[in-house]
Design a protein around this ligand. Sequence first.
Ligand SMILES: Cc1cc2nc3c(=O)[nH]c(=O)nc-3n(C[C@H](O)[C@H](O)[C@H](O)COP(=O)(O)O)c2cc1C
Length: 220
Amino acid sequence: MDALEAIRRRRSVRRYTDRPVDDADVDELLRLALLAPTGGMAQAWSILVVREPERRAALAELIIRGGAEYFRLVRPAAAGTSPEEHAEWARGYARQALGTYPDVPVWIVGLLVPRDVFPPDRRAMERDADMVSVGFMIENLMVAARAKGLGTVPTVFQWFVEDEFRALLGLPPEVEVPLVTPLGYPEEFPQGLPPALAAIRRPWRTLVHDETWGAPRADA
Ligand SMILES: Cc1cc2nc3c(=O)[nH]c(=O)nc-3n(C[C@H](O)[C@H](O)[C@H](O)COP(=O)(O)O)c2cc1C
Protein backbone atom coordinates (compact mmCIF):
# COMPACT_ATOMS: atom_id res chain seq x y z
CA MET A 1 0.00 0.00 0.00
CA ASP A 2 1.49 3.38 -0.95
CA ALA A 3 1.47 6.46 1.27
CA LEU A 4 -1.51 8.08 -0.45
CA GLU A 5 -3.66 5.01 0.01
CA ALA A 6 -2.50 4.55 3.61
CA ILE A 7 -3.53 8.14 4.38
CA ARG A 8 -6.92 7.62 2.74
CA ARG A 9 -7.55 4.30 4.47
CA ARG A 10 -6.26 5.10 7.96
CA ARG A 11 -9.15 5.10 10.43
CA SER A 12 -9.25 5.22 14.19
CA VAL A 13 -9.44 1.60 15.31
CA ARG A 14 -11.01 0.85 18.69
CA ARG A 15 -11.49 -2.92 18.44
CA TYR A 16 -8.46 -5.19 18.29
CA THR A 17 -7.52 -8.84 18.18
CA ASP A 18 -4.79 -10.29 20.42
CA ARG A 19 -2.65 -11.28 17.41
CA PRO A 20 0.97 -10.46 18.25
CA VAL A 21 2.84 -7.77 16.35
CA ASP A 22 6.35 -8.69 15.13
CA ASP A 23 9.17 -6.90 16.92
CA ALA A 24 10.70 -6.09 13.52
CA ASP A 25 7.47 -4.35 12.47
CA VAL A 26 7.38 -2.35 15.70
CA ASP A 27 11.01 -1.28 15.20
CA GLU A 28 10.34 -0.22 11.62
CA LEU A 29 7.32 1.84 12.70
CA LEU A 30 9.32 3.53 15.46
CA ARG A 31 12.06 4.49 13.03
CA LEU A 32 9.54 5.84 10.51
CA ALA A 33 7.80 7.79 13.29
CA LEU A 34 11.10 9.41 14.24
CA LEU A 35 11.65 10.60 10.67
CA ALA A 36 8.86 13.16 11.18
CA PRO A 37 9.72 16.86 11.03
CA THR A 38 10.78 18.29 14.35
CA GLY A 39 10.91 22.04 14.99
CA GLY A 40 14.51 23.25 15.01
CA MET A 41 15.60 19.60 14.84
CA ALA A 42 14.96 19.73 18.59
CA GLN A 43 13.71 16.12 18.73
CA ALA A 44 11.87 17.08 21.87
CA TRP A 45 10.21 13.70 21.94
CA SER A 46 10.53 10.07 22.93
CA ILE A 47 8.44 7.00 22.31
CA LEU A 48 7.75 4.59 25.13
CA VAL A 49 6.80 1.08 23.95
CA VAL A 50 4.76 -1.06 26.35
CA ARG A 51 4.63 -4.78 25.59
CA GLU A 52 5.10 -6.51 28.94
CA PRO A 53 1.73 -8.23 29.64
CA GLU A 54 1.11 -6.95 33.17
CA ARG A 55 2.12 -3.40 32.34
CA ARG A 56 0.01 -3.26 29.20
CA ALA A 57 -2.98 -4.69 31.05
CA ALA A 58 -2.58 -1.96 33.66
CA LEU A 59 -2.17 0.64 30.94
CA ALA A 60 -5.31 -0.55 29.12
CA GLU A 61 -7.25 -0.42 32.38
CA LEU A 62 -6.16 3.17 32.95
CA ILE A 63 -7.08 4.17 29.39
CA ILE A 64 -10.54 2.63 29.85
CA ARG A 65 -10.97 4.47 33.16
CA GLY A 66 -9.79 7.71 31.56
CA GLY A 67 -12.20 7.10 28.71
CA ALA A 68 -15.06 6.69 31.18
CA GLU A 69 -14.22 10.07 32.69
CA TYR A 70 -14.05 11.64 29.23
CA PHE A 71 -17.45 10.21 28.25
CA ARG A 72 -18.93 11.34 31.58
CA LEU A 73 -17.75 14.88 30.90
CA VAL A 74 -18.53 15.29 27.19
CA ARG A 75 -21.56 13.13 26.53
CA PRO A 76 -24.90 14.60 27.60
CA ALA A 77 -26.68 12.75 30.39
CA ALA A 78 -29.93 11.02 29.38
CA ALA A 79 -33.02 12.86 30.52
CA GLY A 80 -33.91 12.14 34.13
CA THR A 81 -30.62 10.50 35.10
CA SER A 82 -28.69 11.52 38.19
CA PRO A 83 -24.96 12.39 37.99
CA GLU A 84 -24.19 9.01 39.56
CA GLU A 85 -26.30 7.19 36.97
CA HIS A 86 -24.63 9.14 34.17
CA ALA A 87 -21.18 8.26 35.57
CA GLU A 88 -22.24 4.60 35.72
CA TRP A 89 -23.41 4.80 32.11
CA ALA A 90 -20.05 6.33 31.10
CA ARG A 91 -18.12 3.54 32.83
CA GLY A 92 -20.20 0.90 31.07
CA TYR A 93 -19.89 2.64 27.72
CA ALA A 94 -16.09 2.91 28.00
CA ARG A 95 -15.83 -0.72 29.01
CA GLN A 96 -17.91 -1.77 26.01
CA ALA A 97 -16.42 0.61 23.40
CA LEU A 98 -12.82 -0.03 24.49
CA GLY A 99 -13.42 -3.59 25.65
CA THR A 100 -10.67 -5.20 23.55
CA TYR A 101 -7.95 -2.86 24.82
CA PRO A 102 -6.66 -5.41 27.33
CA ASP A 103 -5.91 -7.68 24.33
CA VAL A 104 -3.81 -5.11 22.46
CA PRO A 105 -0.23 -6.48 22.23
CA VAL A 106 1.64 -3.16 21.99
CA TRP A 107 1.01 0.34 23.30
CA ILE A 108 2.88 3.31 21.92
CA VAL A 109 3.21 6.28 24.25
CA GLY A 110 4.20 9.53 22.51
CA LEU A 111 6.18 11.75 24.87
CA LEU A 112 7.15 15.41 24.78
CA VAL A 113 10.60 15.84 26.31
CA PRO A 114 11.34 19.57 26.68
CA ARG A 115 14.81 20.62 25.51
CA ASP A 116 14.53 24.22 26.82
CA VAL A 117 16.25 25.76 23.82
CA PHE A 118 14.15 28.94 23.60
CA PRO A 119 14.65 31.75 26.12
CA PRO A 120 12.46 31.33 29.23
CA ASP A 121 9.93 33.97 28.09
CA ARG A 122 9.37 32.02 24.84
CA ARG A 123 8.98 28.56 26.34
CA ALA A 124 5.25 28.49 25.56
CA MET A 125 6.14 28.98 21.90
CA GLU A 126 8.71 26.21 22.11
CA ARG A 127 6.16 23.90 23.73
CA ASP A 128 3.71 24.54 20.87
CA ALA A 129 6.38 23.59 18.32
CA ASP A 130 7.29 20.48 20.30
CA MET A 131 3.63 19.45 20.65
CA VAL A 132 3.05 19.81 16.91
CA SER A 133 6.19 17.76 16.26
CA VAL A 134 4.96 14.93 18.52
CA GLY A 135 1.71 14.98 16.52
CA PHE A 136 3.65 14.60 13.27
CA MET A 137 5.61 11.73 14.78
CA ILE A 138 2.48 9.85 15.81
CA GLU A 139 0.85 10.56 12.44
CA ASN A 140 3.86 9.04 10.66
CA LEU A 141 3.50 5.96 12.83
CA MET A 142 -0.26 5.71 12.27
CA VAL A 143 -0.03 6.00 8.49
CA ALA A 144 2.85 3.52 8.29
CA ALA A 145 0.96 1.14 10.60
CA ARG A 146 -2.05 1.33 8.28
CA ALA A 147 0.14 0.40 5.32
CA LYS A 148 1.18 -2.71 7.27
CA GLY A 149 -2.41 -3.64 8.16
CA LEU A 150 -2.02 -2.50 11.77
CA GLY A 151 -4.54 -0.36 13.62
CA THR A 152 -4.00 2.71 15.80
CA VAL A 153 -6.05 5.51 17.34
CA PRO A 154 -4.67 8.77 18.72
CA THR A 155 -5.74 8.76 22.35
CA VAL A 156 -5.76 11.35 25.13
CA PHE A 157 -7.79 9.41 27.73
CA GLN A 158 -4.59 9.17 29.82
CA TRP A 159 -5.02 12.87 30.61
CA PHE A 160 -7.92 11.94 32.89
CA VAL A 161 -5.87 9.48 34.95
CA GLU A 162 -2.60 11.31 34.66
CA ASP A 163 -0.98 10.63 38.02
CA GLU A 164 -1.49 6.88 37.83
CA PHE A 165 -0.48 6.80 34.19
CA ARG A 166 2.77 8.63 34.92
CA ALA A 167 3.50 6.39 37.90
CA LEU A 168 2.94 3.23 35.82
CA LEU A 169 5.56 4.34 33.30
CA GLY A 170 7.95 6.04 35.70
CA LEU A 171 7.78 9.36 33.86
CA PRO A 172 9.81 12.27 35.24
CA PRO A 173 7.80 15.44 35.97
CA GLU A 174 9.01 17.46 32.97
CA VAL A 175 7.94 14.81 30.41
CA GLU A 176 4.43 15.23 28.95
CA VAL A 177 2.17 12.58 27.40
CA PRO A 178 0.33 14.25 24.52
CA LEU A 179 -0.73 11.10 22.71
CA VAL A 180 -0.96 7.36 23.22
CA THR A 181 -2.01 4.73 20.72
CA PRO A 182 -2.73 1.05 20.81
CA LEU A 183 -0.89 -0.86 18.07
CA GLY A 184 -2.43 -4.12 16.96
CA TYR A 185 -4.37 -5.99 14.34
CA PRO A 186 -7.94 -4.72 14.11
CA GLU A 187 -10.97 -6.97 14.25
CA GLU A 188 -11.62 -5.06 11.02
CA PHE A 189 -10.67 -1.68 9.63
CA PRO A 190 -13.63 0.72 9.76
CA GLN A 191 -14.47 1.56 6.15
CA GLY A 192 -15.66 5.06 6.92
CA LEU A 193 -16.53 7.21 9.86
CA PRO A 194 -19.43 6.19 12.12
CA PRO A 195 -22.62 7.85 10.77
CA ALA A 196 -22.77 10.40 13.59
CA LEU A 197 -19.23 11.59 12.78
CA ALA A 198 -19.61 11.35 9.00
CA ALA A 199 -22.62 13.65 9.34
CA ILE A 200 -20.49 16.37 10.91
CA ARG A 201 -17.47 16.10 8.60
CA ARG A 202 -17.23 19.53 6.96
CA PRO A 203 -16.92 19.63 3.17
CA TRP A 204 -13.22 20.15 2.47
CA ARG A 205 -13.80 23.33 0.46
CA THR A 206 -15.33 25.02 3.48
CA LEU A 207 -12.04 24.47 5.32
CA VAL A 208 -9.91 26.05 2.60
CA HIS A 209 -9.49 29.77 2.02
CA ASP A 210 -7.90 31.08 -1.15
CA GLU A 211 -5.28 33.76 -0.61
CA THR A 212 -6.93 35.61 2.30
CA TRP A 213 -9.21 34.64 5.17
CA GLY A 214 -12.90 34.61 4.22
CA ALA A 215 -12.38 33.63 0.57
CA PRO A 216 -13.62 30.03 0.61
CA ARG A 217 -12.57 27.73 -2.20
CA ALA A 218 -15.21 28.02 -4.94
CA ASP A 219 -16.59 25.00 -6.73
CA ALA A 220 -14.41 24.02 -9.67
C1 LIG B 1 -5.61 15.13 19.20
C2 LIG B 1 -6.55 13.95 19.07
C3 LIG B 1 -7.01 13.32 20.22
C4 LIG B 1 -7.86 12.22 20.12
N1 LIG B 1 -8.22 11.58 21.27
C5 LIG B 1 -8.94 10.44 21.18
C6 LIG B 1 -9.17 9.68 22.35
O1 LIG B 1 -8.77 10.01 23.46
N2 LIG B 1 -9.87 8.51 22.22
C7 LIG B 1 -10.30 8.06 21.01
O2 LIG B 1 -10.89 6.99 20.97
N3 LIG B 1 -10.10 8.78 19.87
C8 LIG B 1 -9.41 9.94 19.93
N4 LIG B 1 -9.10 10.63 18.79
C9 LIG B 1 -9.55 10.11 17.48
C10 LIG B 1 -10.64 10.96 16.84
O3 LIG B 1 -11.87 10.73 17.49
C11 LIG B 1 -10.72 10.57 15.35
O4 LIG B 1 -9.49 10.88 14.74
C12 LIG B 1 -11.85 11.30 14.63
O5 LIG B 1 -13.10 10.91 15.14
C13 LIG B 1 -11.81 11.02 13.13
O6 LIG B 1 -11.86 9.62 12.88
P1 LIG B 1 -10.70 8.90 12.04
O7 LIG B 1 -9.42 8.98 12.85
O8 LIG B 1 -11.16 7.50 11.84
O9 LIG B 1 -10.53 9.66 10.76
C14 LIG B 1 -8.27 11.74 18.85
C15 LIG B 1 -7.79 12.38 17.71
C16 LIG B 1 -6.93 13.46 17.82
C17 LIG B 1 -6.41 14.11 16.56
